[in-house]
Design a protein around this ligand. Structure first.
Ligand code: S3P
Length: 433
């Protein structure tokens, strides 16, 4: 079992890019596969989650060269060119792969099965199965969980109000809508990442967007593209955390995506007193991008406004650590979605912080975290990539070594995290890989 052993007392310095955005990489593979003609992707994240999506489309007859140093060439087969897979499609640890693929596969004229690892099999799929069933899909699951057995069927459009803020569910419905008779509309209760809407338009597919509502009609075509994937702000987040909490740090992260549906981490850390500057603002592959400079700053506890939660949904492991390093109390509310991520992130973060001597009160939809000195200790990441990386950064300011268990899944989103963190100054050793 892969463990991290991290020694305290260093600082983060340097200037480097972070790997490609995971959400955008999945979507580039999916839309490239379903497009007419060739799609060339640069900067693709070569993490295990995205590799699972690539493997699924290869199994359905899509030819791709790569990925090689972030380059993937996809020979699109068109919306109606996928082949029956014949074997189960393994989504590994990836909720995005499973939910978006369910949307694509619901309206195919062949059956398919989606499977995943132990974590993914525990995660709620009813949230995609219900709207897809309302569109006419026939998908069998056990208690709303994977494996999903999909009997491809003709679909019809719906007008769906999402009960929770979820970009995965929104995207699954829009992808199914490509195959559904008439118009498909989704309305979200709060803004979530809009990469699907942007990229569909980038591939020449009309999407009507009005405030919280996005609609599309079947009958169109996707056209192969050349696209550059921006750096993942969710990966940058661990470096924003580390440089903020470790005195003397000064780090610049290059080419990071700053889509406004993703920048909650910058907004929240800044409200807590962080010193974060964006420079070289530009647009890459239809997405806003910047270089982000972050320097050490003493943080202050705050009540995190609930409306910022969906805009920072993957960054809460990092924010729990920031809160533990802040002066005073930080209150997290409206974050019940954290309980159904790769792990129950409220429970796992609370227990990890307690192991470091922090007083944390767990709530159904969040936590109250009291800033304090962090002790050294042993943390079980429960196989959750973002929890492992957040505690690795916590070691920068701990009183003793931090040992983090079950870290292999860091490779799902950030395979070179240990190398990059080490290069920036984190005293991290990978043990037992
Ligand atoms: C994602 C959406 C979010 C996020 C996940 C990636 C996406 O999930 O947590 O890491 O790519 O659409 P939810 O839709 O479950 O909030």
């Amino acid at each position: 079992m892969t463990r991290y052993l991290v020694h305290p007392g260093s600082q983060l310095k340097g200037r480097f890019p972070v790997p490609g955005d995971k959400s955008i990489s999945h979507r580039a593979v999916i839309l490239g596969a379903l497009a007419e003609g060739v799609t060339e992707v640069e900067g693709l994240l070569e993490g295990a989650d995205v590799l699972a999506t690539i493997a699924a489309f290869r199994t359905m007859g899509v030819e791709m060269q790569g990925p090689d140093r972030g380059h993937l060439r996809i020979q699109g087969v068109g919306l109606y060119g996928l082949r029956a897979p014949g074997v189960p499609l393994d989504c590994g640890n990836s909720g995005t792969a499973m939910r978006l693929l369910a949307g694509v596969l619901a309206g195919q004229n062949f059956p398919s099965t989606l499977i995943g690892d132990a974590s993914l099999q525990q995660r709620p799929m009813g949230r995609v199965l219900r709207p897809l069933a309302a569109m006419g899909a026939e998908i069998a699951a056990q208690d709303g969980k994977a494996p999903l057995q999909i009997h491809g069927r003709p679909l019809h459009g719906i007008d769906y109000a999402l009960p929770m803020a979820s970009a995965q569910v929104k995207s699954a419905i829009l992808l199914a809508g490509l195959y559904a008779e008439g118009q498909t509309c989704v309305t979200e209760p709060a803004p979530t990442r809009d990469h699907s809407e942007r990229m569909l338009q980038g591939f020449g597919y009309p999407v009507e967007r009005q405030g919280p509502r996005a609609c599309l009609r079947s009958g169109g075509q996707l056209h192969g593209q050349s696209l550059q994937v921006p750096g993942d702000i969710s990966s940058a987040a661990f470096f924003l955390l580390g440089a903020t909490i470790a005195p003397g740090s000064d780090l610049t992260l290059e080419g990071v995506g700053i889509n406004p549906t993703r920048t909650g981490i910058i907004e929240i850390l800044t409200r807590m007193g962080a010193r974060i500057d964006l420079t070289a603002l530009r647009v890459v592959g239809g997405e806003p991008v910047a270089d982000i400079r972050v320097r050490y700053a003493q943080l202050q506890g705050i009540a995190i406004p609930a409306h910022l939660v969906p805009l920072a949904i993957d960054e809460f492991p990092a924010l729990f650590i920031a809160a533990a390093c802040a002066k005073g109390q930080t209150v997290i509310t409206g974050a019940e979605e954290l309980r159904v991520k790769e792990s129950d992130r409220i429970a796992v973060m609370a227990s990890g912080l307690r192991a470091m001597g922090v007083i944390v009160e767990e709530r159904a939809d969040g936590a109250i975290i009291n800033g304090s000195l962090l002790q050294g200790g042993r943390i079980n990441s429960q196989g959750d990539h973002r929890i492992a990386m957040a505690f690795a950064m916590a070691a920068l300011v701990a009183q003793g070594d931090i040992e983090i268990l079950d870290c292999a899944n860091v490779a799902t989103s950030f395979p070179n995290f240990p190398a990059l963190a080490h290069q920036a100054g984190l005293l991290l050793e990978v043990v037992g890989a």
